[in-house]
Design a protein around this ligand. Structure first.
Ligand code: AMP
Ligand code: ZN
Length: 139
């Protein structure tokens, strides 16, 4: 399942070169060309899925374990103190390449602030109302 017009399909399957740090039957992991920090990597499934919502069960069940493996290797090899996993779905969420990918972003002691937000302060009623709406959809 590849999309001929998708750049990440081409990269994941080796048709376009990239700095690969890991490869197996289902995934290629590459370094991001516009890194948020030194060593920023992208986990790409070799099959095409536009986003989280169209991902198949096999890939979704493996991707987190792979992210942990990559993160561990980054801590040992690059000396980062932690990692952020970022995974954007939809233009409104900042997705720019519509082939599912998971960012693994090394974070260094004293590094810049990133992947952060100003916390809101919803009332208890607001939280309850929101929780009720989402919960209803999940029933
Ligand atoms: P997103 O905004 O979550 O869709 O992330 C897309 C990411 O892909 C960005 O961080 C880009 O820097 C990165 N990117 C786009 N094209 C390439 C490429 N050819 N090789 C490596 N990274 C890329
Ligand atoms: Zn693709």
């Amino acid at each position: 399942m590849r999309d001929e017009n998708c750049i990440f399909c081409k990269i994941a399957n080796g048709d376009i070169p990239a700095a690969t740090i890991y490869e197996d039957e289902r995934f290629r992991v590459i370094l991001d060309l516009g890194p948020a920090s030194k060593g920023h990597a992208l986990i790409l499934p070799k099959d095409h899925f536009a986003d989280l919502f169209s991902l198949d069960g096999e890939i979704s069940s493996r991707v987190l374990a792979l992210a942990a493996k990559i993160g561990e290797a980054m801590k040992k090899s690059l000396g980062c103190a932690g990692v952020n996993l970022v995974q954007n779905n939809g233009e409104a969420a900042g997705q720019t390449v519509f082939h599912f990918h998971m960012h693994v972003i090394p974070r260094y002691e004293g590094g810049p602030r990133m992947v952060s937000w100003e916390p809101g302060s919803p009332s208890g009623e607001e939280l309850a109302e929101l929780a009720g709406r989402i919960k209803k959809e999940l029933e």
